[in-house]
Ligand binder design. Sequence first.
Ligand SMILES: [Zn+2]
Length: 213
Amino acid sequence: MSEAYNKLIDKNKAWAIEKKDTNPDYFTKIQLPQKPPFLYIGCSDSRMPLDTYTQTDPGQLFVHRNIANQVSLTDINFLSVLEYAVNVLKVKHIIVCGHYQCGGVEAAYSNKAEGLVGNWVNPIRDLVLKFDDELNNIKDRHLRLNRLSELNVMKQVENLYKTTIVQRALEANPDQFQIHGWVLDLSNGLIIELDMPHERWLRKGLVKPEWLE
Ligand SMILES: [Zn+2]
């Protein structure tokens, strides 16, 4: 076994001992049924463990991650997670979180993604074409890609509103949960909350949630 691999196992043992020493009830509590307040939809990037950035304990975040944090309306894996989070766990917040320096966004932008990943990030290619003017006006490539990461999060939040899962839940209770779009800035570890036109994305006829007042 490699040294890096062995270190994982050793670190786990040390962590479990420390947790039990400092909080004897820790593992008893973790075994209780989960009631997480947050659904986190994020990028698979290894630098994006949201629990580290938000100091959340096990039991707080229900998680779905894929390359470039896509809300895909045909992905049965994602839709199952969303359905369970909304209908069974009844989360209070749904968070789509992208990040700057996203390899998936960069690959889509530069047309470098191949094979299945190329297919997967194709919706971001559509965004590049749609926001062509805005993006081209940003001279610095790094900043242009940052903006594309933001536009990608906004698009995925818009997609959330298109799911029947979210629409049915909002129909029954407009305030069952709030929806948020974030990007994480890897250069300082800070979350940026993005402004976006939630109201425009609410299906016609649905009551406006109080948190959007
Ligand atoms: Zn990424």
